[in-house]
Design a protein around this ligand. Structure first.
Ligand code: PLP
Length: 398
């Protein structure tokens, strides 16, 4: 089929929840993608911070193929080794004591919301079901997680919303303090807002949230669906601060593109889930768990985090060097390889022009270019993108 024909068919039979770019991607290797017409692209999107180890990773492909021949799925009625190994790894490398596995970021956050409510019900405080979340946040598209999300465009059309979410400005501790009531059970926040335009926490913000939660007896939930698994140069973004949450959610990069979500919690909180409280048919299947276990080990064993820090810093420096040349660049933000370039103009046309020049990038909140490449990306690929951006920007400013 020609690309035009493929796209025509897609637009007829696929639910139109996305406005897609008119390319059909057929293959990938590392940071490169190839389309149906044989054109190649350097990938600075990585499936939205998902393919942290790049495309067609040999170790993951082998582990998944071997596992597929042995055992793909049973039920969580039974124990399976890859899931246990993965949970053990996550517990050993984080603040948490227990892991619940599911299939997406939204599901991980659903689990976190349910756990927080159940925790207070079990303690004889059923009136405490409310949660404070932040403006500009993104927590998912299910009915609970969209109610938690601090962006009107995500919630619009789906009212009545699930009640119990109080949304306050990001980076404003006073606003959180003022919003706490007898009904509050938890505060949920992304350590860096991804979809919200790569918004970083102010110095002391996460620590301040921890103090507030401790003082008021509330749970602190970090949504690390986008920031987790090395994206910011640490395994988890909370490691850039001096605090740990009570609950953390993961998904995107967990299995490098196979669908997996996880909710991690400290023992005292996790105990509120008992047999029958919550479940997921596909959660933590051997196939997906073996992929995630391979990701986890590779991140540490092959210097991926170090590369992310080093190349991430270089990337930011290079973007900053463009700033004096173009007045419409407002700010460079981010950590590791979660980087935002905030513009005073709409970024949509820039994304399109970069694609035509062989670079896939993303734009969020209309005016923030977001760069979230595989964490294995190298300086030479950064240099090529910077040259591309420079020439696209030059065209804009004339
Ligand atoms: C992507 C994302 C989600 C939702 O994940 P899905 O897998 O699409 O449900 C939730 N929270 C954050 C911070 C995200 O970036």
């Amino acid at each position: 089929m020609t690309t035009d024909k493929t796209i025509e068919t897609a637009d007829r039979v696929i639910a139109s929840t996305y406005s897609r770019f008119p390319i059909v991607l057929t293959e990938g290797k590392g940071c490169m993608l190839t389309d149906a017409q044989g054109r190649t692209y350097t990938d600075f999107v990585a499936g939205i911070a998902v393919c942290n180890l790049g495309h067609a990773h040999e170790g993951i492909a082998r582990a998944v193929a071997d596992q597929a021949r042995r055992l793909v799925h049973v039920s969580n009625f039974y124990y399976t080794e890859p899931q246990i190994e993965l949970a053990k790894w996550l517990v050993e490398h984080s603040f948490a004591d227990r892991v619940f596995f599911c299939n997406s970021g939204a599901e991980a956050n659903e689990a976190a919301i349910k756990l927080a409510r159940k925790y207070f019900k079990d303690r004889g405080l059923p009136e405490r079901f409310g949660m404070i979340t932040m403006e500009g946040s993104f927590h998912g598209r299910t009915m609970a997680t969209l109610a938690a999300t601090g962006q009107a465009k995500i919630r619009k059309g789906f009212e009545p919303l699930l009640t119990g979410f109080d949304i306050v400005p990001f980076n404003d501790l006073d606003a959180v303090g003022n919003a706490i009531s007898k009904e509050t059970c938890a505060v949920m926040v992304e350590p860096i807002q991804g979809e919200g335009g790569v918004q970083c926490p102010a110095q002391g913000y996460l620590e301040g949230l921890r103090e507030l939660c401790d003082r008021e007896g509330l749970l602190l939930i970090f949504d690390e669906v986008q920031t987790g698994m090395g994206r910011t140069g640490k395994l988890f973004a909370y490691e850039h601060s001096s605090v740990t949450p009570d609950i953390m959610t993961l998904a995107k990069a967990l299995a490098n593109g196979l669908p997996m979500g996880a909710m991690l919690a400290k023992e005292g909180v996790a105990r509120a889930f008992t047999p029958g409280s919550h479940a997921s048919t596909f959660g933590g299947t051997p196939l997906v768990a073996i992929a995630a276990l391979t990701v986890a080990k590779t991140l540490l064993e092959e210097g991926v985090l170090e590369n992310c820090q080093r190349v991430g810093n270089y990337f930011k420096e290079q973007l900053l060097s463009l700033m004096p040349k173009y007045a419409f660049i407002r700010e460079v933000r981010g950590a590791g390889l979660l980087i935002g370039l905030d513009l005073a103009c709409d970024g949509t046309a820039i994304v399109k022009q970069c694609m035509e020049r062989g670079f896939l990038i993303n734009c969020t909140q209309e005016h923030t270019l977001r760069f979230i490449p595989p964490l294995i990306i190298q300086k030479k690929e950064i240099d090529a993108l910077i040259a591309c951006l420079d020439s696209v920007f030059e065209g804009l400013s004339v």
